[in-house]
Design a protein around this ligand. Structure first.
Ligand SMILES: Nc1ncnc2c1ncn2[C@@H]1O[C@H](COP(=O)(O)OP(=O)(O)OP(=O)(O)O)[C@@H](O)[C@H]1O
Ligand SMILES: [Mg+2]
Length: 197
């Protein structure tokens, strides 16, 4: 399966999502993570050599793709309209991560508009959901449900352990000595199960 992560806005958790969904897919079958963003976040994450799957840039992807059952593609923020068309047509599932704040949600809705007529199978993923007493996560979910937009049932909580994982160059489930590691990993595990039951 080819899964592509895209958003108009930066910093909404694309690379974090790509990396953890690749970790999920790898539990099922050999998985390749393609870092298609020139900021090379995913490759940097991989540089410590502790990821359980292979990460390559988009130029090397062509060569490696045939050896992998699942391919997860991380992309740069703000794809040009033509790039969005290419992304949408070259993937089985397009995931649109968004944090629940107004700016990110607005950018995500613009992408939904841009996808109209492109025959893309897409699903929205709420990320960086702040803890209670904040209700912005639930409010964002309700408004997307009211609008009838395709949305993952699971949302990704905002947890500092995700930043720790990036620093250590591991997926969050391999961060030691942080009691939130398991909770953080379960968010992506559930999203993965929604994609591949
Ligand atoms: N669920 C989360 N909880 C806490 N921090 C998070 C979470 N998801 C991502 N982050 C942090 O937020 C920052 C942005 O995340 P990430 O790099 O995944 O976003 P991005 O959309 O790929 O950004 P860019 O557009 O710059 O490529 C990073 O510092 C990351 O560690
Ligand atoms: Mg990124």
């Amino acid at each position: 399966m080819i899964i592509t992560i895209a958003s108009f806005k930066g910093g909404v958790g694309k690379s974090t999502t790509a990396l953890h969904l690749a970790a999920f897919c790898q539990m099922r079958a050999p998985t390749l993570l393609v870092d298609g963003d020139l900021n090379r976040s995913a490759l940097q994450w991989a540089s410590a050599g502790n990821l359980p799957f292979k990460v390559v840039d988009e130029k090397a992807a062509v060569k490696f793709a045939r050896n992998y059952e699942h391919i997860v593609v991380d992309t740069p923020a703000r794809p040009a309209p033509d790039d969005l068309k290419t992304l949408a047509s070259g993937t089985d599932l397009l995931i649109l991560p968004t944090s629940p704040d107004a700016l990110a949600m607005g950018a995500m809705l613009q992408m939904v508009d841009a996808l109209q007529g492109l025959e893309a199978d897409y699903r929205i993923l709420l990320t960086l959901i702040p803890p209670a007493p904040s209700k912005v996560g639930e409010e964002a979910r309700s408004s997307l449900e009211r609008a009838g937009l395709p949305l993952f049932k699971t949302g990704i909580r905002r947890l500092a352990v995700f930043q720790k994982a990036a620093l250590e160059g591991v997926p969050v489930n391999e961060v030691k000595g942080d009691s939130y590691a398991g909770i953080a990993w379960r968010c992506y595990l559930e999203v993965g199960r929604e994609i591949m039951p």
